[in-house]
Design a protein around this ligand. Structure first.
Ligand SMILES: [Zn+2]
Length: 383
């Protein structure tokens, strides 16, 4: 989902990474907590506690996401990993819960964990208060308890992609047996929620000039767009059904070796094709990047002789490499394909390139499904 992330390691077998914007979050939390704690101790004590508290809060956010991921994995849903970023954490699940109960369990695991952490921090605050009620530590623990509780409640607001939206989806799914309808309702509700939060933030900013309003506007905008994406994707899943990558891919596409200089590319067979985007492979033939003609065209002519394909090719994120037997809908849900710019590479892990799927292939599959035609199309013999 996010580019420019750096891996932090594995926790209980789940890959954890952070986007650079997570540092902004830590700094912001430290600042808010530092201001909250001012006057409870010496300046040094206050700011060291504030930084420790901010890191503890990020760890709490991570625990929230980890709970989602671990319950998902136990229920047989594939977990790609967790990414920490500006607005907290995101669990990337590459599968779907098989039934409404599992959906509900995965959704509730996160807020449940946040509430538990709020209770733990609250209890710790009460215990330290027995010794020194006005200490910096007591205040920081109290703050952690409150923020975790607020996070749990906020996440339970009933709109996708918030956990409350997943709860809503699970309940509608369970009552109607209609997953698409449940997803659509949860996503619409997320759009309304996002719009309302954004409007609230705007009003707050205009009326009292409070900077928190900007934060709320950002959050509202994020929610709205994420809910919109979910709406599109749930339609996609409905349309594409059980179609496998193998059925829509272009097999054995022309691949470009990563170490080619640009002049070699311009003298190759690539220029005699109608394709606009090409897979780029490493020495073993495994796909690692994509290159579009527009990437080459953006290069100044004078730089062509000193540039290699892998200098300008765009690296494939793990989600854009798919196995031939994966469901097209699952892959389409995790990879964003821009027309004439991106492509999915089809390959087994560390195996050679087997095919590619472009945005055009995806649109064609959706159109054929809407028309009631079989999705895998077979060219008619020209004779
Ligand atoms: Zn959550």
């Amino acid at each position: 989902m996010l580019k420019a992330t750096f891996p932090l390691g594995r926790i209980a077998g789940v890959q954890v990474a952070a986007h650079w914007s997570a540092l902004v979050t830590v700094a912001l939390f430290a600042w808010v907590l530092g201001v909250y704690l001012s006057g409870t101790g010496s300046t040094a004590t206050v700011w060291i506690t504030a930084i420790a508290g901010a890191i503890a809060l990020v760890a709490c956010l991570l625990a929230h996401e980890l709970a989602h991921s671990l319950v998902a994995r136990r229920d047989g849903v594939q977990v790609q990993g967790i990414t920490l970023w500006l607005l907290g954490g995101v669990s990337e699940l590459s599968g779907e819960p098989r039934d409404a109960r599992s959906d509900l369990r995965i959704a509730l695991a996160g807020p449940g964990t946040s509430l538990l952490l709020a209770a733990v921090a609250g209890t710790a605050a009460m215990l330290t208060a027995l010794v020194s009620p006005d200490s910096t530590l007591t205040a920081a623990l109290g703050w952690l308890a409150i923020v975790n509780a607020v996070l749990a409640v906020f996440n339970l607001l009933p709109g996708a992609p918030l956990d409350g939206g997943r709860v809503l989806r699970a309940i509608i799914w369970w009552r109607t047996g209609d997953r698409l309808r449940a997803e659509t309702h949860a996503a619409r509700s997320g759009q309304i929620l996002g719009f309302a939060l954004g409007a609230l933030g705007f009003a707050e900013f205009i009326a009292i000039g409070h900077l928190g309003g900007v934060w709320l506007m950002l959050l509202g905008w994020f929610l709205y767009t994420a809910a919109h994406t979910e709406l599109v994707l749930s339609g996609l899943r409905h349309r594409l059904g059980d179609t496998r990558i193998r059925e829509v891919m272009t097999p054995n596409p022309l691949a470009i070796p990563a170490d080619w200089p640009i002049p070699a590319l311009l003298a190759s067979d690539a220029v005699h094709t109608r394709h606009r985007v090409f897979p780029v492979t490493d020495r073993t033939g495994h796909p690692i990047a994509v290159l579009a003609w527009s990437d080459v065209a953006a290069l100044p002519e004078s730089a062509r002789h000193t540039t290699r394909v892998d200098d300008i090719a765009r690296r494939l994120p793990p989600g854009a490499i798919a196995g031939p037997d994966e469901r097209l809908a699952d892959v389409a849900a995790r990879a964003v394909l821009r027309p004439n710019l991106d492509a999915l590479a089809v390959a087994d892990p560390a195996g050679p390139l087997l095919g590619i799927v472009t945005a055009t292939d995806l649109v064609l599959a959706c159109n054929r499904s809407a028309l009631g035609l079989p999705i895998p199309y077979s060219p008619k013999n020209s004779r």
